[in-house]
Design a protein around this ligand. Structure first.
Ligand SMILES: Cc1cc2nc3c(=O)[nH]c(=O)nc-3n(C[C@H](O)[C@H](O)[C@H](O)COP(=O)(O)O)c2cc1C
Length: 178
């Protein structure tokens, strides 16, 4: 299986990044391949509701970093969405990406693909409910298949690297992927 991991944290080596690496390591032990993208390195413009993705070739006409990400998403079997909790939602760049996923409503190119959510939050998993619901509703709409989530308590950069229990949980999730 081909896995695409999207990192929506600005912190390379931060909590999201560490957890996603553990999932990828677990999945690699089972023979899956993975690619990780740092969304902050891409230019992702906002969706402008031009509705061009609803007709013709069902593609987004905005020529920016998303075009590369679109092809990688279409090529993947499973997508990991990694975003820290920022004010009870995803980071701005992750929200920009989700808004730009609108072409997939009409072209159905993500239908049946699996997805995972990874979210650290200073206040812990309990405050991630609105964020989780937003992802679930959005990706259910695209007929994607939810396969798991890793929600953890962490604040300082790299702090989760000392939490063996959560690191194992992430690794096990990676190992369980089929
Ligand atoms: C702008 C901003 C807003 C945040 N809002 C919240 C919040 O509402 N609730 C929470 O629990 N943590 C919040 N945090 C803390 C981050 O979720 C936490 O530090 C997380 O571990 C960062 O993950 P990272 O290392 O992958 O970037 C916020 C951090 C920032 C920078």
């Amino acid at each position: 299986m081909k896995i695409l991991a999207l990192i929506g944290s600005p912190r390379k080596g931060g909590n999201t990044d560490i957890l996603v690496d553990r999932i990828l390591e677990g999945s690699q032990a089972k023979g899956h391949t993975g690619e990780k993208l740092y969304l902050y390195k891409y230019k992702i413009s906002p969706c402008v509701d031009c509705r061009k993705c609803k007709k013709g070739d069902y593609l987004c006409p905005i020529k920016d970093g998303m075009q590369d990400i679109y092809s990688k998403m279409v090529a993947a079997d499973l997508i990991i969405f990694g975003t820290p909790n920022y004010w009870y939602g995803p980071t701005g760049v992750m929200k920009l990406l989700i808004d730009r996923m609108r072409p997939f409503v009409a072209n159905s190119k993500l239908r049946g693909k699996k997805w995972i959510l990874v979210t650290p939050a200073a206040e812990g998993a309990g405050v991630c409910r609105p964020l989780v619901q937003m992802f679930r509703l959005s990706f259910d709409y695209l007929e994607m298949k939810f396969v798991g989530k890793i929600l953890v308590t962490a604040f300082e950069k790299g702090e989760i690297g000392k939490n063996q229990k959560e690191l194992n949980r992430a690794y096990q999730l990676g190992m369980s992927l089929k």
